[in-house]
Unconditional design. Structure first.
Length: 281
């Protein structure tokens, strides 16, 4: 077989196996793929933001439970020290400082404030029930849900995220379900998350992804971009908050950070008490 014949035969084979124009990937197909990738990236980002939000909220609650009484004690001691100095000197400036220090001391809470956050979807919280029945109050929840709770939350969020809905009714169903998932995750309730996972698997099958027109796909990409900007702002606000900044300082062991701050506050309380004692002798 001659070289020309070989070359000619290869050319004809190439032509025989060429992809028909109508079988080539359309621009809409590439756009649809880009939308799916953007949707998945947004879901992962939203999971990360929601995870951090839960950690910040739990850390804030633990911070208030563990350190709140110490801060209140410091404010009370500062007010008493200022009042003792004013009583000794009778100076107008000392009297003004004493009034300002006393104004910073939070008054005793009323009944409504006392029971704020003591009610949840199941009625009284465990802490409130323990207080009312004279049982020992359970230790505050840790800052972070367990690794198993985090794993279940991520899996459920990826499967049931509202952004994967193809119509409004499906979006509403997913919104309601994810709200329950978030509540269970905030409590670190692994059993409830497992039940929710079983419920989702037993529920109606999600509709197949349909091919959208290019205009709809571009609109979807625009919405995803706007949603990402919103989540970025939320994440920045969480990170820049006082509690978020504290949590970022000790991402591996935030409980240890609370213990360190508690030791510092106890030392300050002791210093204030000695100062007050010297003024009222």
């Amino acid at each position: 077989m001659s070289e020309e014949a070989t070359g000619g035969q290869a050319t004809r084979n190439d032509e025989d196996h060429a992809v028909p124009p109508d079988a080539q990937e359309r621009p809409e197909d590439r756009l649809a793929h880009a939308v799916r990738v953007a949707e998945q990236a947004l879901i992962e980002f939203e999971i990360a933001v929601e995870t951090f939000r839960v950690e910040v909220e739990n850390f804030s609650r633990l911070h208030h439970q563990k350190l709140g009484p110490m801060y209140a004690r410091l404010d009370e001691l500062d007010a008493r020290i200022a009042e003792a100095r004013a009583a000794r000197s009778g100076d107008a400036e000392d009297l003004r400082r004493a009034r300002e220090a006393r104004a910073l001391v939070q008054p005793m809470p009323g009944v409504d404030e006392l029971f704020h956050d003591w009610m949840d979807g199941d009625g009284l919280s465990p802490e409130a029930a323990a207080m009312l029945t004279d049982r020992p109050v359970s230790a505050p929840r840790r800052v972070r849900p367990s690794e198993e709770a985090r794993r279940l939350f991520r899996e459920l969020a990826r499967k049931a995220h509202p952004d994967l809905a193809q119509d409004e009714s499906e979006r509403k169903r997913r919104d309601a379900f994810i709200t329950r998932v978030n509540a269970a995750y905030a409590l670190g309730d692994v059993e409830r998350l497992e039940r929710l996972a079983e419920e989702w698997e037993a529920g109606p099958a999600s509709p197949e992804t349909r091919l959208s027109e290019s205009e709809e796909l571009y609109a979807r990409l625009e919405w995803l971009s706007q949603r990402k900007e919103l989540l970025t702002a939320v994440a920045r606000e969480l990170e820049e908050s006082a509690i978020g900044a504290m949590l970022t300082m000790a991402p591996d062991d935030p409980d240890a950070l609370l213990d360190e701050i508690a030791e510092q506050l106890l030392a300050q309380v002791a210093d204030r008490e000695r100062e007050l004692a010297s003024l009222v002798e």
